[in-house]
Design a protein around this ligand. Sequence first.
Ligand code: NAD
Length: 503
Amino acid sequence: MTETSTRVAGVDRPLPTRIDHYIGGAHVESVDGSTVPVDDPVTNSHYADLATGGAADIDRAVAAATDAFAAWAGMSARHRSNLLIRIADAIERLADVIAAFESFDTGLPISQSRGLAARSAENFRYFAEVCGAIHEDAYRSANQFGYVVRRPKGVAGLITPWNAPFMLATWKMAPCLAAGCTVVLKPAELTPLTASLFPEIVEEAGLPPGVFNMVHGLGEEAGAALVAHADVPVISFTGETTTGMTIMSSAAAHLKGLSMELGGKSPCVVFADAEIDKALDSALFGVFSLNGERCTAGSRVLVERSIYDEFVRAMAERAASIRIGHPSEAGTEVGALVSTEHYERVLSYVAAGVDEGARLVAGGARPEHLPTGNYLAPTVFADVTPSMRIFREEIFGPVVCVTPFDDEADAIRLANDTRYGLAAYVWTTNLRRGHRVAHQIESGMVWLNSHNVRDLRTPFGGVKQSGLGREGGQHSLDFYTDLSIVHVALQDAHVPRFGVSDE
Ligand code: NAD
């Protein structure tokens, strides 16, 4: 990492001007020397050159991870767990830098990137505990005893998106390392800045060289080479559904283990008997936090018709009061979208909503006080119907659709009228109905009278086109390990005797 004198608000550390790969404990350039420029989302100007890896760089990283694997997998769980705790300590020591760099690079409000930095340390602390508690099952019957041997799968390829880049990388790295796998991480090319801190973090913690490796670059080059590599038996991917589909077809050649955390278009269902103020707070936070660039965003708010007009009015009024501003300012609630390309894409959805006849009741344009940067005022569309693109497609920005429903069956029908199934939120004080609806919404996760708070032990993931497999707690360990069963006879086993004539 080469440093410059450019600084980010709030931290006493210069920005790098160059970000390289990290392979076998060393910072290295791409084999072919190639780089791409990286921009920040407020000035949209180039702040660093990012090494862009290809197949040769992935080969080097996989070789380093393969060399380190046997010793890492053979280390006692206690020792590995202690190293994970030390990684958490190092993240906490650097938390202000991580938060400020993340906010600078992604445009997320600093108050929210601070929360993500804290959560990243928590991911390592939690999986340090899981690591210390790894166990293997045994099955006993009268004549036979079977015991399970849990083996780490080997080198894991971790591919992460740009929306909460540091936190999502730790969400994969912590269980992967706890399970005894070694890592090749491919961070999102749009937001590599906080990933550039991982080498310092793992070195401070004392992780052996080669256990953690990172190759930067474009998805179609570095990412695709990682997925295609014969010596990488598992890929954990978070990103768009279409990218997930490409990865699945490429991984099929080696029958790889896949964990797919993909897109969403999650419903937030508000019944007339809900605690309306809380439901309103949750609906707003659910779609406008993290700039709406959130896989579990409640981007379709379904409201019972008897309270619909009042709810829409209140949402529009509150959305118009949300503080949109520079990501580094403490009071900012919505910051800048990650790139000009993504900004244009989100704006194109606003135009599509207007064209298709949805009623724009808040936002829809750049705020007047922010003439430059990728800023969009929190946008609320009412009277959105299921045929409209803004109801069907993931926008991944501060845009919410509001749709009325008539009764419980209608709410469930609308909630399920999507190809996605990641998260859902249900607000009602009728708990029988709340559970009934939660059981019928096709979704990997439902929050009932609650917003998106995670318990790290619970299964995380989606159904339909939102994903495959589950991460979280024991589910993550199961993904990164293979289970083998050893059967042992406790008595003389009766073995049928083939080839012996029965006189
Ligand atoms: P993306 O799919 O464009 O990119 C994600 C990562 O995949 C990047 O590192 C990219 O370089 C890499 N990639 C791209 N093409 C590849 C290929 N052919 N082979 C291998 N790797 C490739 O997604 P994004 O735009 O960075 O992120 C936004 C998306 O992520 C949204 O759809 C969002 O819903 C989803 N997401 C899902 C979750 C979840 O847990 N379900 C969490 C966060 C984000």
